[in-house]
Write a protein that binds this ligand. Sequence first.
Ligand code: DER
Length: 224
Amino acid sequence: GGSAAAKRRAGESTADAVEDGQVVGLGTGSTAAHAIRAIGDAVADGLDVRGVPTSFQSRQLAIEAEIPLVELDEVDGVDLAIDGADQVAGGQLIKGGGAAHAREKIVDAAADRLLVVVDPGKLADRLDRSVPVEVLPAARPVVEDRLATLGGEPTLRSAERKDGPVVTDNGNVVLDCEFGAIDAPADLAAELSSVPGVVEHGLFVNLADEIHVGREDGVDVRTP
Ligand code: DER
Protein backbone atom coordinates (compact mmCIF):
# COMPACT_ATOMS: atom_id res chain seq x y z
CA GLY A 1 0.00 0.00 0.00
CA GLY A 2 0.95 3.63 -0.18
CA SER A 3 2.21 5.30 -3.34
CA ALA A 4 5.77 4.61 -4.39
CA ALA A 5 6.32 8.34 -4.99
CA ALA A 6 5.27 9.17 -1.43
CA LYS A 7 7.50 6.44 -0.01
CA ARG A 8 10.42 7.58 -2.16
CA ARG A 9 10.04 11.20 -1.07
CA ALA A 10 9.98 10.20 2.60
CA GLY A 11 13.08 8.05 2.15
CA GLU A 12 14.98 10.72 0.26
CA SER A 13 14.03 13.34 2.84
CA THR A 14 15.64 11.40 5.69
CA ALA A 15 18.69 10.49 3.60
CA ASP A 16 19.35 14.25 3.31
CA ALA A 17 19.71 14.35 7.12
CA VAL A 18 22.67 11.95 7.08
CA GLU A 19 25.97 13.75 7.75
CA ASP A 20 29.54 12.84 6.88
CA GLY A 21 31.15 10.42 9.33
CA GLN A 22 27.89 9.23 10.87
CA VAL A 23 26.81 5.73 11.85
CA VAL A 24 23.29 5.21 10.50
CA GLY A 25 20.76 2.54 11.44
CA LEU A 26 19.24 1.12 8.26
CA GLY A 27 15.61 0.14 8.81
CA THR A 28 13.60 -2.54 7.07
CA GLY A 29 10.68 -2.36 4.65
CA SER A 30 9.81 -0.79 1.33
CA THR A 31 9.90 2.82 2.55
CA ALA A 32 13.20 2.53 4.41
CA ALA A 33 14.52 0.89 1.23
CA HIS A 34 14.19 4.25 -0.53
CA ALA A 35 16.29 5.88 2.19
CA ILE A 36 18.93 3.15 1.82
CA ARG A 37 19.08 3.67 -1.95
CA ALA A 38 19.31 7.47 -1.49
CA ILE A 39 22.14 7.06 1.05
CA GLY A 40 23.86 4.78 -1.46
CA ASP A 41 23.71 7.58 -4.01
CA ALA A 42 25.25 9.99 -1.48
CA VAL A 43 28.02 7.45 -0.73
CA ALA A 44 28.72 7.28 -4.46
CA ASP A 45 29.09 11.08 -4.33
CA GLY A 46 31.60 10.82 -1.49
CA LEU A 47 29.53 10.67 1.72
CA ASP A 48 31.51 8.88 4.45
CA VAL A 49 28.97 6.82 6.40
CA ARG A 50 28.68 3.41 8.05
CA GLY A 51 25.36 1.58 8.09
CA VAL A 52 24.02 -0.79 10.75
CA PRO A 53 21.53 -3.17 9.12
CA THR A 54 18.35 -4.32 10.91
CA SER A 55 17.52 -7.41 8.84
CA PHE A 56 18.70 -9.66 6.03
CA GLN A 57 16.69 -7.38 3.72
CA SER A 58 18.30 -4.10 4.81
CA ARG A 59 21.75 -5.70 4.77
CA GLN A 60 21.21 -6.95 1.22
CA LEU A 61 19.91 -3.55 0.06
CA ALA A 62 22.88 -1.78 1.70
CA ILE A 63 25.34 -4.15 -0.02
CA GLU A 64 23.67 -3.43 -3.36
CA ALA A 65 23.82 0.32 -2.58
CA GLU A 66 27.50 -0.08 -1.59
CA ILE A 67 27.00 1.47 1.83
CA PRO A 68 29.82 0.30 4.15
CA LEU A 69 28.30 -2.00 6.78
CA VAL A 70 29.12 -2.38 10.47
CA GLU A 71 27.52 -4.15 13.41
CA LEU A 72 26.69 -2.52 16.73
CA ASP A 73 29.71 -4.13 18.43
CA GLU A 74 32.04 -2.39 15.95
CA VAL A 75 30.86 1.18 16.61
CA ASP A 76 30.59 3.57 19.49
CA GLY A 77 26.86 4.25 19.20
CA VAL A 78 24.46 5.09 16.38
CA ASP A 79 23.98 8.72 15.36
CA LEU A 80 20.79 8.36 13.36
CA ALA A 81 18.36 5.57 12.53
CA ILE A 82 15.93 5.63 9.61
CA ASP A 83 13.02 3.19 9.70
CA GLY A 84 9.49 2.64 8.50
CA ALA A 85 6.31 1.95 10.43
CA ASP A 86 2.99 0.23 9.95
CA GLN A 87 1.01 2.80 11.89
CA VAL A 88 1.81 6.17 13.49
CA ALA A 89 -0.37 7.92 16.06
CA GLY A 90 0.78 10.77 18.26
CA GLY A 91 4.43 9.89 17.63
CA GLN A 92 3.93 6.29 18.80
CA LEU A 93 4.48 3.49 16.30
CA ILE A 94 3.34 0.02 15.50
CA LYS A 95 6.04 -1.80 13.57
CA GLY A 96 6.76 -5.37 12.62
CA GLY A 97 4.88 -5.75 9.36
CA GLY A 98 8.13 -7.15 8.00
CA ALA A 99 8.83 -9.23 11.13
CA ALA A 100 12.10 -7.34 11.60
CA HIS A 101 11.11 -5.38 14.70
CA ALA A 102 13.44 -7.11 17.18
CA ARG A 103 16.67 -5.94 15.55
CA GLU A 104 15.00 -2.71 14.40
CA LYS A 105 14.12 -1.75 17.96
CA ILE A 106 17.67 -2.45 19.17
CA VAL A 107 19.14 -0.10 16.54
CA ASP A 108 16.32 2.47 16.63
CA ALA A 109 16.53 2.73 20.43
CA ALA A 110 20.34 2.92 20.38
CA ALA A 111 20.29 5.82 17.92
CA ASP A 112 20.61 9.41 19.10
CA ARG A 113 17.78 10.23 16.68
CA LEU A 114 15.15 8.07 15.00
CA LEU A 115 13.65 9.35 11.76
CA VAL A 116 10.53 7.46 10.68
CA VAL A 117 9.55 7.27 7.02
CA VAL A 118 5.94 6.69 6.04
CA ASP A 119 3.35 7.38 3.38
CA PRO A 120 0.14 9.13 4.52
CA GLY A 121 -1.75 5.84 4.77
CA LYS A 122 0.22 4.96 7.90
CA LEU A 123 -1.09 7.95 9.88
CA ALA A 124 -3.90 7.36 12.38
CA ASP A 125 -5.61 9.17 15.24
CA ARG A 126 -4.82 6.28 17.54
CA LEU A 127 -3.00 2.94 17.31
CA ASP A 128 -5.42 0.16 16.43
CA ARG A 129 -3.55 -2.28 14.22
CA SER A 130 -2.57 -5.72 15.48
CA VAL A 131 0.73 -5.73 17.35
CA PRO A 132 3.38 -8.15 16.02
CA VAL A 133 4.98 -10.11 18.87
CA GLU A 134 8.15 -12.11 18.20
CA VAL A 135 8.09 -15.28 20.29
CA LEU A 136 10.48 -18.14 21.02
CA PRO A 137 8.85 -21.06 19.18
CA ALA A 138 8.76 -23.31 22.26
CA ALA A 139 6.95 -20.63 24.23
CA ARG A 140 4.17 -20.01 21.73
CA PRO A 141 1.29 -21.71 23.59
CA VAL A 142 2.00 -20.07 26.94
CA VAL A 143 2.55 -16.68 25.33
CA GLU A 144 -0.76 -17.03 23.47
CA ASP A 145 -2.49 -17.67 26.80
CA ARG A 146 -0.83 -14.64 28.42
CA LEU A 147 -1.69 -12.40 25.46
CA ALA A 148 -5.30 -13.49 25.73
CA THR A 149 -5.38 -12.54 29.42
CA LEU A 150 -4.04 -9.14 28.39
CA GLY A 151 -7.08 -8.75 26.15
CA GLY A 152 -5.32 -9.71 22.94
CA GLU A 153 -6.29 -12.06 20.15
CA PRO A 154 -3.05 -13.67 18.87
CA THR A 155 -2.70 -15.21 15.42
CA LEU A 156 0.42 -17.12 14.36
CA ARG A 157 1.77 -15.41 11.23
CA SER A 158 1.79 -17.89 8.38
CA ALA A 159 4.40 -17.61 5.66
CA GLU A 160 3.27 -17.15 2.07
CA ARG A 161 5.84 -18.88 -0.12
CA LYS A 162 6.93 -21.32 2.57
CA ASP A 163 4.89 -23.95 4.37
CA GLY A 164 4.25 -23.22 8.02
CA PRO A 165 4.86 -20.02 10.03
CA VAL A 166 7.00 -17.00 9.19
CA VAL A 167 10.40 -17.56 10.85
CA THR A 168 12.24 -14.33 11.71
CA ASP A 169 15.91 -13.54 11.04
CA ASN A 170 16.42 -14.59 14.68
CA GLY A 171 14.74 -18.00 14.22
CA ASN A 172 11.56 -17.13 16.08
CA VAL A 173 7.86 -17.00 15.17
CA VAL A 174 5.49 -14.04 15.15
CA LEU A 175 2.07 -13.71 16.78
CA ASP A 176 0.03 -10.83 15.35
CA CYS A 177 -2.02 -9.75 18.33
CA GLU A 178 -5.27 -7.80 17.95
CA PHE A 179 -5.97 -5.47 20.91
CA GLY A 180 -8.38 -3.09 19.20
CA ALA A 181 -7.72 0.59 19.88
CA ILE A 182 -4.62 1.00 22.08
CA ASP A 183 -5.17 4.01 24.32
CA ALA A 184 -2.18 3.43 26.62
CA PRO A 185 0.60 2.13 24.35
CA ALA A 186 3.31 2.55 27.00
CA ASP A 187 1.38 0.41 29.47
CA LEU A 188 0.68 -2.30 26.90
CA ALA A 189 4.32 -2.22 25.76
CA ALA A 190 5.50 -2.81 29.32
CA GLU A 191 3.05 -5.68 29.79
CA LEU A 192 4.10 -7.35 26.53
CA SER A 193 7.79 -7.01 27.38
CA SER A 194 7.22 -8.77 30.69
CA VAL A 195 5.74 -11.93 29.18
CA PRO A 196 8.25 -14.83 29.36
CA GLY A 197 8.99 -16.05 25.81
CA VAL A 198 8.34 -12.72 24.16
CA VAL A 199 11.52 -11.67 22.33
CA GLU A 200 10.19 -8.28 21.14
CA HIS A 201 6.92 -6.59 20.24
CA GLY A 202 6.04 -3.98 17.62
CA LEU A 203 5.03 -1.10 19.91
CA PHE A 204 7.74 1.54 19.52
CA VAL A 205 6.86 4.01 22.28
CA ASN A 206 8.60 7.38 22.72
CA LEU A 207 11.32 6.45 20.21
CA ALA A 208 10.48 8.51 17.13
CA ASP A 209 12.15 11.92 16.92
CA GLU A 210 10.81 12.88 13.49
CA ILE A 211 8.09 11.50 11.24
CA HIS A 212 8.75 12.13 7.54
CA VAL A 213 5.44 11.79 5.69
CA GLY A 214 6.00 11.51 1.97
CA ARG A 215 3.30 12.98 -0.18
CA GLU A 216 2.77 13.17 -3.94
CA ASP A 217 4.10 16.73 -3.98
CA GLY A 218 6.62 16.86 -1.14
CA VAL A 219 7.39 15.77 2.41
CA ASP A 220 5.70 16.74 5.67
CA VAL A 221 8.18 16.48 8.59
CA ARG A 222 6.57 16.17 12.00
CA THR A 223 8.22 16.29 15.42
CA PRO A 224 6.07 14.40 17.93
O1 DER B 1 8.60 -4.35 9.58
C1 DER B 1 8.74 -3.15 9.80
O2 DER B 1 8.77 -2.68 10.97
C2 DER B 1 8.76 -2.22 8.62
O3 DER B 1 9.49 -1.06 8.93
C3 DER B 1 7.32 -1.91 8.32
O4 DER B 1 6.71 -1.57 9.49
C4 DER B 1 7.15 -0.79 7.33
O5 DER B 1 7.30 -1.35 6.08
P1 DER B 1 6.82 -0.57 4.76
O6 DER B 1 7.61 0.73 4.74
O7 DER B 1 7.18 -1.50 3.64
O8 DER B 1 5.34 -0.34 4.90
